[in-house]
Design a protein around this ligand. Structure first.
Ligand code: ZN
Length: 162
């Protein structure tokens, strides 16, 4: 039976988002799945720009794993700052209120989270590409996704407080 493209998209997205939710993304190469319906196993079947397809996929996975702006996320941002030899001074309130310095710290975290997810995705199989944000993406393409991720985390945070 011929499987439609929408079905491949849905299957691939569902599969990787579930792995992200269960924190099994690092072992995504060893999780049994329907490889015929997986667009990471079959990137040649991706319609349009495949790099952007992978970027959108990992951003969705990160928004599943890190769905809110909370103390856990602030802790992760602080660790990222420290690893980059920067001051750990970022606070939850500042980030929620749109403080520029806090957002820059968040951006550094998000950038590295995406690159780490790309690295994990590259082990998926022989066909999986190795991508990094600084190669092959325009500033605008990256900024749109980062804003999307931040806004999604913000709205989830607001929704959970109601
Ligand atoms: Zn696969």
């Amino acid at each position: 039976m011929e499987v439609g493209y929408e079905e491949l998209l849905r299957y691939t997205k569902d599969h990787f988002i579930r792995l992200a939710r269960e924190n099994r993304f690092p072992e995504n190469d060893r999780i049994p799945h329907d490889r015929d319906r997986c667009l990471v196993c079959h990137p040649e079947a991706i319609k349009g720009n495949s790099s952007l397809f992978f970027l959108d996929l990992v951003v969705e996975c990160i928004s599943e794993r890190r769905s809110k702006i909370d103390e856990d996320l602030i802790q992760a941002i602080k660790e990222e700052l420290e690893m980059n030899g920067m001051d750990r001074g970022v606070e939850l309130e500042g980030l929620l209120e749109g403080d520029q310095k806090a957002f820059e710290a968040w951006r550094l975290w998000a950038w590295n989270a995406i690159n780490t997810a790309f690295e994990m995705l590259s082990i998926h199989g022989d066909s999986a590409p190795y991508l990094q944000l600084e190669d092959g993406f325009s500033e605008e393409e990256v900024d749109i996704r980062l804003r999307y991720l931040f806004n999604k985390q913000l709205s989830n945070t607001a929704a959970s407080k109601k």
